[in-house]
Design a protein around this ligand. Structure first.
Ligand code: GTP
Ligand code: MG
Length: 149
């Protein structure tokens, strides 16, 4: 079963969108396995976004992600990585479809309220990076038989 790392970025926390964003994934039918409010270090932000190190916006991105607490989440489910990316919408919120989180709740790439892993490998990598041993819980939702035949 796939796992993805979803994070409400500091703008999402400051704007009071945490509940709304968690709700989108809950209502879809994915399983929450990790959740915490967290002030991340510059080092952790740089490691998380290391593939973007060469980009001109990298320093601004690191300042943004470390500018206040984020909400770290681990979500599990068949196809959750690609589906979460669809629920989140395009990187540029002005291009993101209405109905997506960024399409409904944001206006600029540099303040796009939420992160989602871009592959199952990165999902695992990012959950291991942001959560300590014991912070991710395995559990069986009672609704499981009503979500999948
Ligand atoms: P994440 O889920 O956060 O990884 O976004 P993404 O996968 O849709 O985009 P990508 O991984 O390419 O970029 C990571 C983040 O860097 C984006 O979500 C933006 O917050 C930021 N970013 C990307 N491109 C730009 C840009 O051109 N300018 C600025 N200011 N920020 C950017
Ligand atoms: Mg990305």
């Amino acid at each position: 079963v796939d796992q993805t790392y979803i994070m409400v970025k500091p703008d999402g926390v400051q704007r009071g969108l945490v509940g709304e964003i968690i709700s989108r994934f809950e209502k879809k039918g994915f399983k929450l396995t990790g959740l915490k409010l967290f002030q991340c270090s510059k080092e952790l932000a740089e490691e998380h976004y290391k593939d973007l190190k060469q980009k001109s916006f990298f320093p601004k991105l690191i300042d943004y992600i470390t500018s206040g607490p984020v909400v770290c989440m681990a979500w599990e489910g068949v196809g959750v990585v690609a589906s979460a990316r669809k629920l989140i919408g395009a990187t540029d919120p002005l291009q993101a479809e209405p109905g997506t989180i960024r399409g409904d709740l944001a206006v600029q790439t540099g303040r796009n309220v939420v992160h989602g892993s871009d592959s199952p490998e990165n999902g695992k990598r990012e959950i291991a990076l942001w959560f300590k041993e014991g912070e991710v819980c395995e559990w069986t939702p009672v609704q499981a038989p009503w979500l999948r035949e």
